[in-house]
Write a new protein. Structure first.
Lengths: 370, 370, 370, 370
């Protein structure tokens, strides 16, 4: 392989334009055609080219605005009462990063949305409140802070908070921009509320065991039968793993939320992870394909993304675009810090597009640019 | 499910703007955020929404221009001497339809390109000439008219025509726009020409048997080990199938080019098919997700796409965007017609996005709109 | 299909012997051949034919004999100090049922075996004691009562009890008879003791989480990376499932020990399950292919197997041969009963041999024959 | 690992018997138990231990006897008129080698069997005649010499020869002994003759293409949709492969009959291969797990199996037991020789039991023992 990434070499387009060529290009254009060499170097970049920039959204800034939405509009009017976070470079597709959408949803006690479904997949990470619930294809699931819950593509779903609960705020993650771009999204409204088909919490109580799965139930869906991943089980698992693992140099102790019936990602197009940074841990930098949205679930620290520092604490949300170097730091020297994240890794992996590169300069730590 | 697809119903965003809301939206915008209900109905369409329009490129129009390119630029200057076909609605991404690129490449006897590779996958369908060849990861493969050949993602590849051959023209198909959009493309130039690692035509001679595969060779790549699908074997297979099959109501006798080691698509992101329309056959209309580029390999006929008629004969190229009704007609009452096509079905299928709908009005035939 | 299972019909061998045929048979025999019709009805039975009989081994009978072995022989002499349980009809292959071996092993504090490996797979269910451990491919794992632990085929393994522990008794399960019958078994002795390659309990602490798996570790083995399934996690999972599941009519609340990276069986040739019979539960009878060895982990009850009643309580072991009707009863009306079992279901399933049939007479309950 | 395979070492059972132990053993026996160390070394062999011996059945010897059977019994009486070949060491299970059955069946013009099915799988290799056919689940398939045809487990099947044909002789291969041993076999008789559900030869005409499969047909069975592998396509594929492949040192040019929808074995429990030995080719010896039955389809030569020479020519049948060294020789220096074989490799592979070892002494060639 040639390490030279200059366009001034054999194998790249280097045609000088001439009046004759200009005329030729016009003729082609009139026929719905063009000369490849006029665009080749642009559409064949040497390395993956992200269109997003790294961004961080502070919960301190957003929380009051999110709550205010519950005074300004009703769920009936709004469909869902959500403040969405948008990347400065992806406003055209309403994405937080790459092709991923994220938003913050608020639901007051006694409120609930109508049920709907779409080809886009959705997930939630609970930030505040109590008595929240999701109904997925007739399965009602109670939610607590830091729980992770999925509503896979084409499942009917609705959300609400019990009268006896407290105002709930959660982060939504969807691949709406991706499914729209792939010209495959759809939407349907459920007529009325879903009838429950199973006892409350059937899914997590049946599939939430460790190393055991129901032996007499057939599951033939292409996503996890475990719809809720409880913080009360996930955080202890992180702590157990931390006892015996060195961890990843780039991510500390990192675990993937997984489909217990396949060991793979929870849904067909989006995956999610939870990672623990030990006190004072400062990971090395690497970059890889795939877009990531993070929420700090515990502790405080910062990440350096493409050379720029982003400080975060509990509930802050930030993103890492594809192929941008990033490293994470836990600022506490006594407490662990925990980052939740979701991503489009299933897409990268299934299509053969995942690649990763360690940052080797400066012993693996980016020089801050500012 | 509610068949009503009006936005004026519960479950869709129906917020009337007010000065207070306008102020709220501004505040959100200053924080890199927005109110979901201002975009929800746009980003959650009721049905898949293609961004492309159907188009047909007549070979009679293009052939002379393609040949002319060989007088205007050299392969050394151009990288590859290709006229690409671009959808009127996808000029920004240089796509023929959806996220698929296609072009027509000309190579004169004795010419060859330098070797390169990219994360995008490529395929070719041979239109004219003799003595053409492709080298894929050190495997040299000779090409004949109507042969289908693949150069999977990240394989080194180069093309040429033997001195003793005749000017070759072939159609290129790539998923460059998709891989760019997924922010995962890369490119590398091979230093010099690839050394051959196997005898000429090793791949088709080893894996081109019917129902038998080498028992002593391990193949661990995520794409087909059969790099060339010879017309001399494919067309007879179509004829054999036609003897005993009714065929698809929408596609006639249709076969998928397949990886003999998996039965699946030839590559991770693009698939291809060959279909035979029997004399006078007029298929019914349907629509499905996924974008398609067709080339007529034999015969003449027309397709009605989204209500518009497109007449084609040998070597004409046309496209069918996602979720557009289409039906095909063989205009001859004595000869069969054969359509080659390539598509992004592997993406649709792996991501759980494939869906299909028969056109039921008018006994399955579209009323022409013009 | 013809429900008639008489051999006196067309399609079954019904040849009357004659002197001429006798001579013909002799001639064939001299050439290493025979006439199929002389054996066809025997080798083509109408239904699966088990060779084993149902048996139960009472722990009260065996425990003292098992302990006595530790006075009679040393681990050095015996290799492993095990009393094995053998089916009256399978003594020729040392199997407890079908092609499955089981035994009861005793290890005193401070004792340990040497390491070895074999193509047969092994598993253990802990019956008594404390301070026991297994080392699997350099992973040391501590064992407690009712824990289930695997030592997959061709992994190096050894067992022992810490000096500070109490005499341990556990049940071994192996597929030695099967692997011998398939002419594929082997054996190797490790030179000295295995060096530990990971911290103690690395496997259960890393892979014992519910719904999360290490994101940064590659596992490419064809068996579970979770070597120990702790009773302290499995029993609560059973109780949780019991809250929201009706359970199987034949097995009560039944869960399969599973490979968290595939959702499938723990090993390639043997599976294992844990099932809870609710107070007074009396399941219906069914039969299926596959051989099963049970151990009562908790409570007391009985099973009716092929019409015969077998009473069991904690630590008793019994077997159910292939294609024999069986039903289970919890004799307590206040406490649950728990049965551990292991089986050759992976073999049945992978080879397409699993089938199941409900007992329909008498509302699903077998008439006791005695 | 310890290369020492002596039982006189730590890790093997080395208990000297005593009167006290004898009494102990008796007590165990009375409880359906035994001491493992009395059988351990026997049931845990150092290497795979075949129970069969290599054998060869000469067609010259058998042909007249096979034909004679058609004078002695009718298909109505015999079920199927078959001479089966039995290993001297496997008479108890009617196996030719390991757990595989083989026989030679004769059918005269106008004769046909009744339809039946069983959990055992079956295959056929055509030796003589014309006008033969098989009906598999309503698919009638015409057979020619050297064609390979499958009747997978639980498919209804029947065979016959058209009135206009010539007496057909074919080799049957079944895994009856294995499925019986696994206690999973069954049998059913079809009431009358199967109605045809597809045009004649639907399967080979639809799935017999090279690198293309029907795009509009769903196949969800665990075996190949291609029921017949025609010599007219297979032999040319062998010749094509021979042009560009070195071949296996142990098998020459060897191809596996494969399921075109998976690339894997044709059925769940049995596989089959076809191999070409080039003029004068003498392969090296190796051994592996799995049992094999061969038929010479073309040419003449010999095989050395476990040190013993077996000469074969067209239509001779021989077997290679598990873990026995074998090498093949083509005795012609001008013509190629072709060996068909079937095996239980799917079982070995799925259960993780396949292993292979090259013969290294004497440059890879066995010294003949006689």
């Amino acid at each position: 392989m040639n390490e030279n990434q200059s366009d001034e070499q054999y194998g790249r387009a280097r045609v000088q334009t001439t009046p004759e060529l200009e005329a030729y290009y016009k003729e082609l254009e009139s026929l719905g055609a063009g000369a490849l060499w006029t665009v080749a170097n642009d559409i064949e970049p040497w390395e993956p080219k992200p269109s997003s920039i790294p961004m961080l959204w502070k919960y301190d800034d957003l929380r009051s605005l999110v709550l205010k939405s519950s005074e300004l509009v009703t769920p009936e009017q709004a469909g869902r009462r959500v403040v969405y976070l948008v990347n400065d470079k992806r406003k055209d597709v309403s994405a937080a990063v790459g092709w991923l959408y994220t938003g913050i949803q608020v639901t007051r006690p006694g409120e609930f949305t109508s049920a709907h479904r779409h080809k886009a997949s959705a997930l939630r990470f609970i930030m505040e409140g109590s008595g929240g619930y999701t109904v997925v294809d007739g399965n009602k699931i109670m939610l607590e802070v830091n729980d992770f819950v999925i509503t896979p593509n084409s499942t009917w779903h609705e959300h609400g908070v019990e009268e006896s609960g407290k105002t709930c705020i959660w982060q939504d993650g969807l691949d709406i921009p991706l499914i729209n771009a792939l010209e495959a999204n759809d939407y349907a409204v459920f007529d009325g509320t879903q009838p429950l088909v199973k006892p409350i919490n059937y899914s997590p109580l049946s599939y939430g065991g460790a190393g055991v799965v129901p032996a007499d139930v057939v599951w033939d869906k292409p996503y996890s039968p475990l719809f809720k991943y409880s913080w009360s089980k996930v955080y202890p698992a992180l702590l157990e793993a931390a006892k015996v693992n060195e961890g990843s140099p780039y991510d500390g102790i990192i675990m993937q939320y997984s489909n217990p019936l396949s060991g793979g990602h929870v849904m067909q197009t989006m995956g999610a992870s939870i990672q623990l940074l030990r006190p004072s841990e400062h990971t090395k930098a690497h970059k890889h394909t795939g877009s990531f949205v993070y929420q700090c679930a515990k502790g405080k620290g910062y990440s350096i993304i493409d050379g720029k520092r982003f400080d975060w604490k509990e509930r802050d949300i930030f993103c890492v675009p594809s192929w941008m170097n990033h490293e994470h730091v836990n600022l506490s020297d006594t407490e662990d810090a925990v980052l939740f994240s979701f991503n489009d890794l299933p897409v990268m992996e299934k299509l053969g597009l995942y690649q990763e590169q360690a940052y080797i300069e400066n012993n693996g730590y980016q020089e801050k640019r500012e």
